[in-house]
Design a protein around this ligand. Sequence first.
Ligand code: FO1
Length: 318
Amino acid sequence: MRIVVLAGGIGGARFLRGLKAAAPDADITVIGNTGDDIHLFGLKVCPDLDTVMYTLGGGINEEQGWGRSDETFQVKAELAAYGVGPEWFGLGDRDFATHIVRTQMLSAGYPLSAVTEALCERWQPGVRLLPMSDDRVETHVAVELDGERKAIHFQEYWVRLRACVDALAVVPVGAEQAKPAPGVLEAIAAADVVLFPPSNPVVSVGTILAVPGIREAIAEAGVPVVGLSPIVGDAPVRGMADKVLAAVGVESGAAAVAEHYGSGLLDGWLVDTVDADSVARVEAAGIRSRAVPLMMTDTDATAAMAREALALAEEVRA
Ligand code: FO1
């Protein structure tokens, strides 16, 4: 079975670990969000691609869900000693090697998709990891700080500000001009099923869908598209998705997110058992829905979720 998954960072990576366990023989292609990418110290950092690569490759810092395990921060301290910031983004020594290799290859002319493939040679994630685009897309967030409205990089909003101010707008800068990376449209066209994991519907899955051609390819693929709600009981399971959902006028609810994606895109939507009362609303939107446990407490729980998503896809296909 060929499965395509649109993944963001931590939620997407955790879901993929369960999906691999649930469908060990499946051919899984991950289309990774690159809107979180940030250029620091002359290096290109790809948080969502790295979180998928490290999580599936066994190198992730498990508690954080980002960065490397057994990390040290000598380089970061030395940079700070030179007064070179920012200090609010925690890049570890092991992680720096990934960004150095990536930047070196990009400078040599390799596209991000080739770089990602090369990095995955080491990590063997067991899935094909494609960036959504080889072109630069960076999500910026409009905020009002000290009475002044300005756009800041997503990472500054997410990590330095901890999303403590409202997001007035979320803009994937460069998305309109971006092209799907090589292999992305082909993978969607060849897929037997497309899954939207419990990633952030605005800044992760939303950003991938903002690359012209990707949303259309999924809508026209003619195969089941099934998503899993990242919102449980009107609150994001992790992260601050509610903050960016508000920016696009979507209430922080399992049914509202399904409606946001729309029945033109989604055929099925899993909500958590605590949101069982929202199944009817999702079905009224023309999207098949069922309530199952959606807390990714461990790989077995996540594998069960993945099996439910694949079962719903078969039900929709019938
Ligand atoms: N998230 C934080 O909350 N604090 C950090 O200092 C931080 C550093 C960091 C370094 C590399 C990397 O790949 C990710 C990092 N993240 C950090 C997570 C990152 O902001 C999020 O994973 C994604 O951008 C959102 O999915």
